[in-house]
Design a protein around this ligand. Structure first.
Ligand code: FES
Length: 291
């Protein structure tokens, strides 16, 4: 069944790719001038994607609507109130999802487009169901039919959304499985200046065992973070340095060089930071900063 579902999702690329690219353009134009709003909706203040938190509410609430409808209680004021709350939480989850979507690429963007489209269809079905329940002579059978159809579509949308995160790794920290490590290891900068030192004031790539780091030398101090951006793996050594932070070249996340703290989204995760010192035998060595 999983193969069949994967083929079914892949078959949507024909429309999902151009539609996703179109939405990506206008959402980028919308959020770029207001990064504080995008960061808030991404969940940087929470250290966790806000969309993932908000999506739990409508799915649970709409499941209650199904139960109440099937239990013969569609007319109950509670059922109508729950349906309305479900619609409002769907809208909140959608706004957070749009902020995440504005920084997706490739296959994740296509799959997220399918996810979002299914959720919009489910939202329309629920709104129609809610409207049919109002007035002097509500159409209960049609209202229940629309809300049941809405739940089938919302479940399908949730499946596709799970695929975006668990299969394609969108909004998952790129350092989820990186061990802490406290040993000093020889550091090999990819380039040196004429004096044999690490070039100053700009990011320089370096190898530290199996890891790649982005180094920034400021006088005698060398600051270092992991080269692979926690958001989606962008090469920080190809980024820029601004106000003591390193800026990712892909989507503009900012990490404080001193400790890797994320200070600008779309990343919601801190970046592993490293201590660097001169080795007794010459050259440099580094180890991961604790915490
Ligand atoms: S990869 Fe997206 S901000 Fe770095």
């Amino acid at each position: 069944m999983d193969r069949w579902l994967a083929r079914l999702m892949n078959a949507q690329s024909r429309w999902a790719k151009p539609f996703g690219d179109f939405n990506h353009r206008w959402l980028g134009a919308l959020f770029r001038p207001i990064p504080q709003l995008r960061d808030f909706l991404n969940g940087r203040w929470l250290g966790h994607p806000l969309h993932a938190v908000l999506t739990d509410a409508p799915i649970g609430i709409m499941f209650l609507v199904v139960l109440f409808d099937l239990a013969g209680l569609p007319e109950a004021a509670a059922t109508q109130a729950i349906l309305l709350v479900g619609i409002l939480t769907m809208l909140a989850a959608a706004v957070a999802g749009l902020a995440d979507f504005s920084d997706t690429d490739g296959r994740a963007r296509e799959r997220a487009t399918l996810h979002g489209t299914l959720m919009v269809i489910a939202l329309v079905l629920y709104v129609v169901s809610y409207v049919l329940r109002q007035g002097e002579s509500p159409a209960w059978t049609a209202a229940i039919g629309f809300s049941l159809a809405g739940f089938v579509v919302i479940a399908a949308g949730a499946y596709v959304g799970g695929d975006v995160v668990y299969v394609l790794g969108n909004m998952v920290s790129r350092h989820a499985f990186r061990g802490a490590g406290t040993k000093w290891i020889a550091l090999e900068p990819a380039e040196l200046d004429e004096a044999g030192d690490i070039p100053e004031g700009r990011p320089v790539k370096a190898r530290l065992g199996i890891n790649s780091l982005a180094l920034v030398r400021q006088g005698d101090t060398v600051l270092a973070v992991h080269d692979s951006c926690a958001h989606a793996g962008g090469p920080l050594s190809e980024g820029s340095v601004e106000d003591g932070s390193i800026v990712c070249p892909w989507h503009g996340s900012r990490y404080r060089l001193a400790d890797g703290r994320v200070v600008g989204g779309p990343s919601v995760y801190d970046q592993p930071a490293y201590e660097v010192r001169r080795a007794d035998a010459g050259g440099w060595e580094a180890r991961r900063r604790p915490g």
